[in-house]
Design a protein around this ligand. Structure first.
Ligand SMILES: *Cc1c(COP(=O)(O)O)cnc(C)c1O
Length: 792
């Protein structure tokens, strides 16, 4: 669009939408008017891409979560229009960045799993793969977090309140969803997924629950105001909130209704599109030739019985024909081995949502069991594999039985699945299991969030690396080039100053940009061991207080983490970190050396400021517990060094970038497995003075949990000898000393700036493997068997 035309459009939008002009409109209004222009600008590519997909084999990504963040800046960058519009707006005295930060994050996910889905969508578009995303348009995204007296507080996240210019409502493609006691309408909202400078625009289709005749005029007329909109509210409740529970899941029926809602709508949609392409003779035998569906975790597994239902009840296929289609369409990604996250539903809950779906699941189970009996499996062995057992439906088992391919998300995770968690399934179907190590999109997590580093790399390597991140390897040629290393550190400093300003503005803490920025940002969970980090800081506090150390470099410890609202101990850890923060920051001796920051409301947009500013990336989960991690990759790409356990993708990061260029520490999975039954953390407590000093702080007056008994709970979870549960389940005390030692090594290493810079460069240079472009290519070639559309 030419500049003059843009100005006309911009003013026209401002006037038509808000009755305002360039001078009277607010920044938010300008953001909306501007975004609508960009939506128009991509409309043609969007249509062309959709048309091309009609003739090819398509893949569909089903996910209850898409943690998108903001769209404007990234879409402009991918369209190659960021500089152009930045310039045009500048001439109007508008800073494009001021408009970008008006956008509310679309936080339709909890953490890594949802962000992975968003990265995958972007990479597929950038590689021109025909991939469509399907999910839920939650009215309320993940709660917003703030701290009150150090406690986490949650408020609703009404992200669409002041319009959502990045969605297009497609009323005409609505679907009807039938529950046992309710019928609702699913209305699709399509979001464009813009590929990187390739004129590809894929679609993310999110469903919203509504009810056309949900308003009862008679009741309203009879003064029954609440009752008159009861049906409307009951329908809208289905997509009202994203369940913020990372692991614990209440509100069972509503939650399952939500899952069935988007699965049913999406399955109907795909089948309808398939039929449209064969107007004369629809042949469902070929359905799996043209369509493949990826289930992101077990949340969308209801799609399996729903597919059977539609094919049999609506399309009149026999069970055998329907199963032949269904069992060739789905693939399943497992994201965790935490037992509490393995999704199970009691039969009566499934029946309350849809009796027909429960019938179908029971029949799938019955036939499966009969097959196993035919293979002379013992009763015990069969019991291990059953889909319905003890009146409970095991969603993972349903997914595994039906799926063509099942994948874990990092090498170690897939091995644990095959050899432990899903061993009996692996024995039955060894060929189904594959590994697809996660990745992240370099567009959002480098080009957009760290433009200075991006430009510097381009100065060194030319443009080619931007579409093939493995070419970053050429940076190794500069590992001894002092001016390159200095420049790298200068860029890091600039990003630290950017974060410092944010911290000052939002947390009112002064931090020193020349201190080591040591950062742990991720969901709060015991297995991620933020507690270990906090214990280390407390230990450092005592060491400084008691003159046990001297002449150490300055350090800034930065946290960001949301806890599930019902997860008491995670909230206790947040309170504890905030207390340690106050203790450290208010102590005039200690705060000369260290500061602690806990960023409120960590989300994608804050991440874009945080990852580029890190010197040290904290990835310290209990070995075996973190399936992959993706935060670790974002830090790596931006040149942070990883202090991490041998867990998830950390192991692969160490392998690619070199253990010597990072800080691995702690007990391995094998070690933990061998001591699990005999581990006694109480011994560590009495034998190690540092550990005792730190743990006793929990019960001391130095910090205060305001009578919540949260700190006693943490203490008891680690070393209460009278407890009936497993003490220190996540081996915090076991790894404490290793962690202390590795931190000493970090400080020593940092004092040699040149060495540090070289290590940083080696991490960036070896990032290639962790681009989600690599991951998506593997899914496309080995699981989905789809090929890129030709360039437009
Ligand atoms: C990447 C990301 C995560 C995942 O972080 P992990 O360290 O892999 O757990 C969570 N939340 C947000 C906002 C992210 O961007």
């Amino acid at each position: 669009m030419e500049k003059e035309e843009f100005l006309l459009q911009f003013e026209k939008n401002l006037f038509n939408l808000f009755g305002k002009d360039l001078h009277t409109s607010t920044k938010k209004e300008k953001y909306i008017a501007f975004s609508k222009i960009i939506m128009n600008e991509l409309a043609e590519d969007w249509k062309k891409t959709s048309d091309k997909h009609k003739n090819s084999r398509n893949a569909y990504y089903f996910s209850a979560e898409f943690l998108i963040g903001r769209s404007l800046g990234n879409n402009l960058l991918n369209m190659g229009l960021d500089e152009k519009y930045s310039q045009i707006l500048k001439e109007l005295d508008i800073d494009i960045n001021d408009l970008e930060i008006q956008e509310e994050d679309a936080a339709l996910g909890n953490g890594g799993l949802g962000r992975l889905a968003a990265c995958f969508m972007e990479s597929a578009a950038s590689l021109d793969y025909p991939l469509t995303g399907y999910g839920v348009r939650y009215r309320q995204g993940l709660f917003k977090q703030y701290f009150h007296n150090g406690f986490q507080m949650e408020v609703g996240d009404n992200w669409t309140l002041d319009k959502d210019p990045w969605s297009r409502r497609v009323e005409s493609e609505s679907k009807i969803i039938r529950y046992k006691n309710q019928v609702v309408k699913a209305v699709p909202y399509d979001m464009p997924v813009v590929g990187y400078k390739n004129h590809v625009v894929n679609t993310l289709r999110l469903w919203q629950a509504e009810c056309d005749d949900g308003f009862d005029f008679q009741k309203f007329n009879n003064f029954q105001y609440d009752d008159s909109v009861k049906e409307k509210n009951r329908a809208e409740d289905i997509t009202r909130v994203l369940y913020p529970n990372d692991i614990q899941r209440p509100g069972k029926v509503l939650r399952l209704k939500q899952q069935y809602f988007f699965c049913s709508a999406s399955i109907q949609d795909i089948i309808e599109k398939y039929e449209k392409n064969f107007p004369n003779d629809v042949n469902f035998e070929d359905f799996a030739k043209y369509n493949t569906i990826q289930l992101n975790d077990t949340h969308p597994v209801m799609a399996i019985p729903e597919m059977m239902r539609v094919l049999m009840d609506d399309k009149k296929l026999s069970w055998k024909q329907a199963w032949n289609v269904t069992s060739n369409v789905f693939n399943y990604t497992n994201h965790t081995i935490l037992q509490e996250a393995m999704e199970k539903w009691s039969v009566d809950v499934v029946e309350e949502v849809s009796p027909r779906i429960m019938d179908i699941i029971a029949e799938i189970d019955r036939r499966f069991v009969s097959d196993l009996v035919g293979l002379y499996y013992s009763v015990d062995r069969i019991d291990n594999l059953r889909i319905v057992k003890d009146n409970t439906v095991n969603m993972a088992h349903l997914a595994i039985l039906t799926a063509v391919k099942i994948n874990g998300v990092a090498k170690i995770h897939t091995e644990i699945l095959k050899n432990e968690t899903l061993k009996s399934w692996h024995d039955l179907y060894p060929d189904k299991f594959v590994n697809k190590t996660n990745g992240i999109t370099p567009r959002r997590w480098l080009f957009y969030s760290n433009p200075e580093l991006t430009n510097f790399i381009t100065e060194l390597l030319g443009e080619d690396w931007k579409t093939d991140l493995t070419k970053l390897k050429e940076l190794e040629n500069f590992q001894d080039d002092e001016s390159v290393l200095e420049k790298l550190m200068e860029i890091k400093l600039h990003n630290k100053i950017r974060l410092k300003k944010y911290i000052k503005e939002h947390e009112n803490i002064d931090v020193d940009e020349n201190s080591i920025f040591d950062i742990q940002v991720k969901r709060l969970h015991e297995y991620k061991r933020q507690l270990l980090n906090a214990f280390h800081i407390l230990n450092l506090y005592y060491k400084i207080k008691n003159n046990e150390v001297s002449d150490i470099p300055k350090q800034t410890y930065i946290f960001g983490a949301k806890a599930a609202p019902g997860y008491f101990r995670a909230k206790a850890i947040i309170k504890f970190i905030n207390e340690v923060k106050n203790l450290v920051n208010n102590d005039d001796v200690v705060n000369k050396y260290i500061k602690v920051v806990f960023l409120e409301n960590f989300n994608v947009s804050i991440g874009e400021l945080v990852y580029p500013a890190a010197d040290v990336s904290e990835q310290i989960s209990t070995a075996g517990k973190e399936a992959s991690g993706t935060g670790n990759m974002k830090f790596m790409l931006n040149g942070a060094l990883t202090v991490g356990t041998y867990d998830g993708a950390n192991i692969e990061i160490f392998n690619h970038a070199g253990e010597d260029n990072n800080f691995p520490f702690g007990a391995t999975v094998d070690v933990l497995n061998s001591i699990r039954d005999t581990y006694n953390p109480v011994e560590y407590y009495y034998k190690d003075e540092n550990i005792k000093r730190v743990l006793d702080t929990l019960l001391s007056d130095l910090i205060n949990d305001s009578g919540s008994f949260m700190f006693l709970d943490i203490y008891n979870s680690l070393v209460n000898r009278d407890s009936s549960f497993k003490l220190d389940e996540y081996f915090v005390l076991k790894d404490f000393n290793d962690y202390e030692q590795i931190h000493e090594k970090i400080l020593q290493t940092y004092s040699d700036k040149k060495k540090w810079a070289k290590m940083s460069l080696m991490n960036i240079a070896n990032f290639g493997e962790f681009s989600s472009d690599r991951t998506i290519k593997e899914y496309a070639e080995e699981i989905w068997r789809i090929v890129p559309n030709e360039k437009i």
